[in-house]
Design a protein around this ligand. Structure first.
Ligand SMILES: [Zn+2]
Length: 375
């Protein structure tokens, strides 16, 4: 017979052991966010086409994976000149029945691991019909072949390489600020928006935040007319070449998932991004998944999502997924919820692109009517 104290000691030891085992387990196997995971998953691609499109400041490769043939177009003008001419299709004349192009840009903020995990799971779905949990996504599989889908799983490999863990789930806000946004030499946090005031980030730097490249550039707020970062140049080279109809840039925040409206674009297009934001929230509600109710987040800053519109005419939006940190107002999301938030978003965008209107708004005024023949 055990004495009460022995029983307590055994229970305490078991709890400690279970805790240690859990700590060693780390994130679940489907949660793939390491640079080596990207290499592994891209190495297994059979249906898609894998290409190295550039190198980071720290000489790390930037990859893309594409699905669906790249269809030809003719171009007689850059986008600014084309839209000023009244004939935006001069930037990209494709056959009307050509596949719409969806460009997914994985994290430019290298610590926003959630976008890497979701891109790699999307690739798995496009290859096999199921994600790395074995869960099928018939909405993705059923519509993907009507599009060309171009995925950059990670746009800022330097930032990712500096992050010393594989998931933010269960971590606190301070840890996120420390590693994503960075610290001064004395260990104090730059925080946001303090991190934006020095760019490129240099000088009084203890931890260089994962938001930055090794060159200290925050790609999202690079100078788009004279880019400082090779990563930014790579993304614009890709986007202008692909002439996508829709661009989704993947980010993460403390709150549940949402699309953000894009502001410094034509009013018609801003309204359409509000509609996409609303439709995604509605879909998440139907699926019983947490979402941030549609809201306004206007900003005077001309940022990557806007710049990509002005370079290509695409409907260009930011998707903010949940990060899983212990937030001030929300329960931390699990890896499952984070992945579902992203995959529902991919499914929504793929089904939208495959629908008769494609990525056009109701009046057909956005992007789609540029296809050859016009109206
Ligand atoms: Zn971000």
């Amino acid at each position: 017979m055990h004495s009460a104290s022995t029983v307590l000691a055994v229970i305490a030891f078991s709890c400690l052991l279970a805790g240690l085992i859990r700590a060693e387990e780390g994130p679940p196997a489907f949660w793939k966010t390491r640079l080596s995971d990207i290499e592994d998953v891209l190495g297994s691609v059979k249906l898609g086409e894998v290409r190295k499109i550039g190198e980071s400041y720290g000489r790390r490769p930037i990859y893309l994976v594409s699905y669906g043939e790249k269809e030809p177009y003719t171009r007689t003008a850059n986008f600014s000149s084309a839209i000023y001419s009244g004939h935006p299709e001069a930037f990209c004349r494709r056959e009307r029945q050509a596949r719409p192009v969806l460009l997914i840009i994985g994290p430019v903020h290298g610590g926003e691991l959630e976008g890497i995990a979701s891109c790699l799971n999307l690739i798995k779905v496009l290859e096999t019909g199921s994600d790395f949990r074995g869960r099928p996504w018939p909405g993705i599989s059923g519509s993907a072949d009507k599009l060309r889908i171009v995925i950059v799983p990670l746009a800022n490999p330097d930032g990712r390489a500096r992050l010393p863990f594989d998931s933010f789930v269960g971590k606190d806000n301070e840890t996120m600020h420390k590693y994503s946004q960075g610290t001064r030499k004395d260990g104090s946090l730059y925080g946001w928006p303090g991190m934006q005031e020095i760019h490129p980030m240099a000088g009084d730097v203890g931890i260089l935040g994962a938001c930055f490249t090794d060159g200290g550039v925050n790609i999202y707020n690079d100078c788009f007319f004279r880019p400082m970062a090779p990563e930014t140049q790579t993304l614009f080279g890709l986007a202008v070449d692909e002439a996508p109809d829709m661009i989704a840039g993947l980010h993460s925040h403390e709150m549940p998932a949402e699309f953000l409206q894009t502001y410094l674009v034509p009013e018609r297009l801003r309204k359409w991004t509000a509609e996409i934001q609303r439709r995604y929230a509605e879909l998440m509600q139907k699926r019983g998944l947490p979402y941030t109710p549609p809201r306004e987040t206007p900003s005077d800053a001309f940022e990557l999502s806007e710049a990509l519109y002005h370079a290509t005419g695409a409907v260009s939006m930011i998707f903010e997924g949940p990060q899983g940190i212990i937030g001030m107002s929300h329960e931390p999301a699990s890896c499952d919820t984070i992945l579902d938030s992203h995959l529902v978003m991919f499914e929504f965008l793929i089904e939208l692109g495959a629908s008769p209107g494609g990525y056009m708004d109701r009046e057909g005024a956005v992007r789609g009517d540029w296809r050859s023949g016009g109206h």
